[in-house]
Structures are given as C-alpha cells and as structure tokens.
Design a protein around this ligand. Structure first.
Ligand code: BDR
Ligand code: CA
Length: 310
C-alpha cells in the first residue's frame, strides 16, 4: 500500500526532534520533505538540529532552509527553554551538516502540487514558511489534505505570555494568513501538552531503559526544558508539545475530544499578541475554520512515543 505523505515544518529544538523521530520511524509514513523556520533557535541552528536528528534515524528526507525571521517582526527565540543550542546544551556535535539546496517555500509548494490532495502538512514551529507559501501560491490551501498545527492554547493559559503560546506569538501575522486561507486546519495546542504530554521522571527512566540511542537522546536533550518546566511552567518532568501534535497527526485517536471552531489571531495588541481567539459558542456566526483538539490520551501518546524509541 502507498505510504502516507507528510511534510514537516519545524524550528527544530528539543521537542521538535522527538516529533521528527516519531515521523521518521513510522513505517506507514513517508516524510517527503522538511522546511526549517526560525523560532526556538536562529535558523541555521534549527537546520543543524534537524540534520542531526535525521542522521540519527538514518532518514533521507530532504531538509530545506526556510524563513530566517517572522513576516514583519524581529525574531524572539526560546533558547531559555531549550538551551543555547536548542538541544539541551549537552555537547552534541551540531554543526557541519549540509541541508538540501533550494528554497524551502518553493520546495513546499512544489511538493504540495506533486502530491495534491494526499499530502499532510505538520507544523511544529511559527507559521512563517506556510504563510509565505500561501502568499506565493494561494491554490496550495485546497491541495493540502490537512494541516496539523502545534500551536495556540484552547484554555488560553500561555507559555510565553499570559495568553499566548510560543509558536503563535513569534509570528502572529503568519497565523492570521493561515487562518484565513481556507486550508483544512487541525490544532493541537500547548494546553494538550501541559495536561497530557508531560513525561515524568519515572517515565523518563522507563524510556531510558529501552536502551536505544534514540531513547537516550530524546530524554537527554530535554535537560534545559526540564529546568524550565520546574521553574516556569510548574510541570513534573518535561512536556512534549510537538511530539503529541505529531502523534495526533499520525493517529487522530490520540484526541479524545475535538471541536470545529472559528479561530482568529490577535496581531495588534501588545498584551495579547499571538493569542488565537476561539469562538467556542459560535457567537460570531462565522464559518468554523479549524478543528481544535481539546482533550487527548496520555496513555496512547506514551505508547506511540515508546514505539518510536524502542
Ligand atoms: C512550542 O514552542 C516551542 O518551544 C516548542 O518547540 C513547541 O513547538 C510550544 O509552545
Ligand atoms: Ca517547535
């Protein structure tokens, strides 16, 4: 049978890397390409982190360099969350690898047309590359089967400001473009990560006991994130937002509750920058433009994670 075709857009840092492993190791999925975007770390670091992770999985998908900064703002990174190198600062040799040639946005558009109606887009970072692709060729919106987005918070408890989730906060103008595009969108927000994708110290030990390089890597690179979780987000262990979004992209039964809602992004206010406002009651009488996952299964997520790392 034909494998499912995934395109992954990522600002590769410590949790992105684990999500990439889940996709690379899945026998039913062909990752046809990756586009790197600036976000967690400056662009060239994200590129190197993705190349390192692909090498670890012996994955051959082309990795293309995308946008170095948001559409109209300066880049704000999350190196205080994931480490200076984005990978926990554990001393990994994260340099010297060469990405595929060609512009990520052009390559994404090409891939969408080549695999029209089948390709599934998974975004793990700010939406800059996707917005640029939509601006260049609006017809891609309807050629994508679905776009699963790690972003936003359905409970409006933010991780970068009181109300905003990091990926949406970095480039709110890009979020606005994507939400208005007509693309089939499915959001897995940080609320899902905070409640269902926390890996406790006991679970980390269990993952290490799998004994593979991928398993140890996936825990070791969360070292700085774990400290951030203890001090800032008050979680017991570390949470894996991109991996639970990837798990849902692979198997929607990870979600135990989801809603079809009208979403809009805040681009004006400084206080609520990047907030994705969700019309949960339908009071705006607008056509819903996204599916939002509002509950998920920790057990299902952990079992998929273990499958990818064993
Ligand atoms: C998101 O922001 C980044 O820190 C993570 O990689 C994830 O994509 C969580 O808000
Ligand atoms: Ca990410």
């Amino acid at each position: 049978p034909m494998k499912r075709k995934f395109w992954i857009d990522t600002d590769t840092a410590s949790d992105d890397a684990v999500a990439l492993i889940m996709a690379f190791m899945n026998p039913d999925i062909e990752v046809v390409g990756l586009s790197i975007v600036a976000g967690n770390v400056p662009l060239d670091m994200g590129v190197q982190n993705a190349l390192y992770t692909a090498e670890l999985c012996a994955a051959t998908a082309p990795i293309y360099v995308g946008a170095a900064k948001p559409l109209s703002r300066d880049l704000g990174t999350a190196q205080f969350v994931h480490g200076e190198d984005g990978m926990g600062d554990i001393g990994l040799p994260l340099s010297g690898r060469t990405p595929a040639s060609g512009n990520a946005v052009d390559k994404l558009i090409e891939a969408i047309h080549l695999h029209a109606d089948h390709i599934e887009l998974v975004t793990l970072g700010p939406l800059t590359n996707i917005a640029l692709a939509l601006q260049q060729d609006p017809s891609i919106a309807k050629a994508v089967k679905r776009c699963v987005i790690m972003g936003a918070v359905a409970d409006h408890i933010g991780n970068v400001t009181q109300v905003a989730e990091f990926n949406m906060w970095v480039d709110p103008e890009a979020v606005d473009i994507v939400l208005r595009s007509g693309m089939h969108l499915e959001f897995v927000g940080w609320d899902i990560s905070r409640t269902e994708a926390v890996v406790t110290p006991q679970e980390s030990a269990m993952i290490r006991s799998l004994g593979t390089e991928r398993a140890n890597f996936s825990v070791d690179i969360q070292r700085v994130l774990e400290k951030f979780c203890a001090e800032e987000t008050h979680l017991n262990g570390f949470d894996l937002p991109d991996p639970i979004a990837m798990a849902y992209a692979i198997d929607t039964s990870v979600a135990t509750e989801a809603h079809h809602w009208y979403l809009a992004a805040e681009t004006g206010s400084a206080l609520t920058r990047g907030m994705v406002v969700m019309d949960t009651l339908g009071v705006m009488h607008q056509e819903p433009n996204a599916i939002v996952v509002t509950r998920a299964s920790h057990e299902k997520f952990m079992s998929m994670l273990v499958d990818a790392l064993r």
